[in-house]
Design a protein. Sequence first.
Length: 203
Amino acid sequence: MKKNLAYQKDFNLFDAFRILDQEGKGYIIFSDLMLGLKQLKYMPDPIEVDLWMKRYGGFCSISQVKFSQFCRSFDPKDNYYSTLMNRRQSKLTGELAVFSEDTLKLYRSLWRNILTDEGISEGQRQRFERMEDFSVEKMFKMLDLNRDGCFTPGELTQFLAERGIQLEGDGAQLLADKFDGDRDGKVNLSDFREEVRPKSPVR
């Protein structure tokens, strides 16, 4: 979906963010995102929106997601597509960006995928929380195949493959990125523990 958006010549991250940051503050809060998505004709689950805000804006009383953090969420990861998307400048005319209907449809669909994924991830965290025999440390050691105190997308791919799970394309990279809180390309125990900790009340 991100790659498809990168091919849309009228799509750029500046205007995509401005659809949400309608006051031009340079950041968005929960209500901004809910309003912007409503105007995109998408009514998301507020819990999923809150999870996304916490992932990129932190766990303060009022999470704020800056433009740079928004871009992290939409980055295709693949260098070619990332460059294609990030080199485009704003084409803003008036108060809000003007995208084609096809581009708006893709943008809306990508938001749906991103937020749904947040809900699925939280559901898994909640299941881990209810498992009496689940140990963050034991699971981390299983993923840290070379015992260097962290795991990489390659180790994650190998771990899953040994259990009959094959990830397509950049799936391992995208999955590892969820755990990589400090964005250093590796997942340490602190990163892993934070990601598997439930972020919302029991659902």
